[in-house]
Design a binder for this molecule. Structure first.
Ligand SMILES: *[C@@H]1O[C@H](CO)[C@@H](O)[C@H](O)[C@H]1NC(C)=O
Length: 204
């Protein structure tokens, strides 16, 4: 019971614009045009900047200890934000037999992706964690705060949860637990969270 308390005030945003995009896009490896209405806005935005959402993170992102971080307006940011909608998008492509080879390859090395943001509704500076280990406490190097978070590649499973913690500047940034996001979660959700400086992926 103790971890079934969802963060009070946590709001799940199911983006209504996820499958609305103006342009028809074709992934590099795939000659079949994907119907524009299937392409989430974040993926359309990244692709319009020339970012391959199934490729490596663009060079302008900064590597930290177990994560990448990027500022809004950079290629790295567009890539990170797109990762968040990739899992759901791939499902749509797969049902139509349009999943590119690069997506299948990426899946083989990716379990869960955690994206954290300094702003509300998955805006602001972005941090990107690929396959964060269970029972490890993940913090940004800088004295930053996170106010929203999203998962991709897969959602949180029923037996998984993410502990949200915070701590003081220049101190233990994980010292206080203030809430959890409990699986199972829905794909494509951006979670609004109270100011957070540390997260830990755990299993029941
Ligand atoms: C996509 O780009 C437009 C125009 O810059 C912006 O308003 C919108 O917020 C972006 N969408 C996402 C999901 O970042």
């Amino acid at each position: 019971m103790h971890f079934s308390t969802a963060i009070s005030g946590a709001v799940a945003l199911f983006s209504i614009s996820v499958f609305a995009a103006p342009n028809e896009l074709t992934p590099r490896e795939n000659p079949v045009a994907i119907p524009a209405k299937l392409v989430p806005e974040s993926i359309a935005n990244a692709t319009a900047l020339g970012v391959d959402v199934w490729g490596p993170i663009p060079d302008d992102a900064t590597e930290g200890d177990g994560y990448y971080t990027a500022e809004p307006g950079t290629l790295g940011w567009a890539w990170i934000r797109a990762q968040q909608d990739l899992g759901e998008y791939e499902k749509e492509l797969e049902t139509r037999g349009l999943l590119p080879t690069a997506a299948i390859e990426k899946r083989q090395s990716t379990s869960i992706i955690v994206n954290t943001y300094s702003g509300d509704w998955c805006t602001g500076t972005a941090w990107h964690f690929t396959n964060p280990a269970y029972n490890s406490r993940w913090v940004p190097i800088e004295n930053a705060f996170w106010f929203s978070i999203g998962f991709s590649s897969r959602t949180l499973r029923a037996n998984e949860y993410v502990q949200l913690r915070r701590g003081p500047f220049n101190g233990d940034r994980c010292t206080t637990w203030h809430g959890s996001i409990n699986g199972p979660t829905s794909p494509g959700t951006c979670w609004q969270i109270a100011s957070t400086t540390c997260f830990e992926l755990k299993q029941n």
